[in-house]
Design a protein. Structure first.
Length: 127
C-alpha cells in the first residue's frame, strides 16, 4: 500500500513553502487569514526568526501562533501553563495553531474517598 502524498488545499508541501505569507493566507480559513493579515506579534516574529535560523531547543509561550509551511519538520517546546511540552511539527498541522496540540488540562484521576467524604464512607472502620 503506497503512502498518500500530503497536500493542503491542492498544493504539495514544496509548493506551500514557495508561497509568500500573503499567498498562504489566502489558503487558510477566515479566522487564521485575518490573524495573518493583521501581522505577527513581536514574540511571533522572534519565534519565526529562531525557526529560520534552525536553532535547537526553542521555547515559546505563543500558543496562538499559526503553523506555517516553513515550520514543518522541526521541534519546538510549547508552554502549557506549567511545563514546556516538546512538539514535533508535521505537515498535517499546517494552518492550525500550536496550542491545539499542547493540551492545558489533564485528565482527573481520583483515588479512594477520604474519611467523612460521603455517608457511605462513615461505615468504614477508622484505625
Amino acid at each position: 500500500m503506497a503512502k498518500k502524498e500530503f497536500s493542503y488545499r491542492g498544493k504539495t508541501l514544496e509548493e506551500l513553502k514557495k508561497l509568500s505569507i500573503e499567498q498562504f493566507a489566502e489558503l487558510v480559513p477566515a479566522r487564521e487569514r485575518r490573524s495573518i493579515k493583521r501581522g505577527f506579534t513581536e514574540q511571533e516574529k522572534i519565534l519565526l526568526k529562531k525557526m529560520k535560523n534552525k536553532e535547537s531547543n526553542i521555547k515559546t509561550h505563543c500558543r496562538d501562533m499559526i503553523i506555517l509551511p516553513e515550520m514543518t519538520h522541526t521541534s519546538i517546546n510549547v508552554y502549557d501553563g506549567k511545563n514546556f511540552i516538546k512538539l514535533r511539527i508535521e505537515a498535517e498541522m499546517i494552518g492550525h495553531r500550536l496550542g491545539e496540540f499542547v493540551l492545558t488540562r489533564r485528565k482527573v484521576s481520583h483515588s479512594a474517598p477520604g474519611i467523612g467524604a460521603t455517608r457511605s464512607s462513615a461505615s468504614l472502620s477508622v484505625k
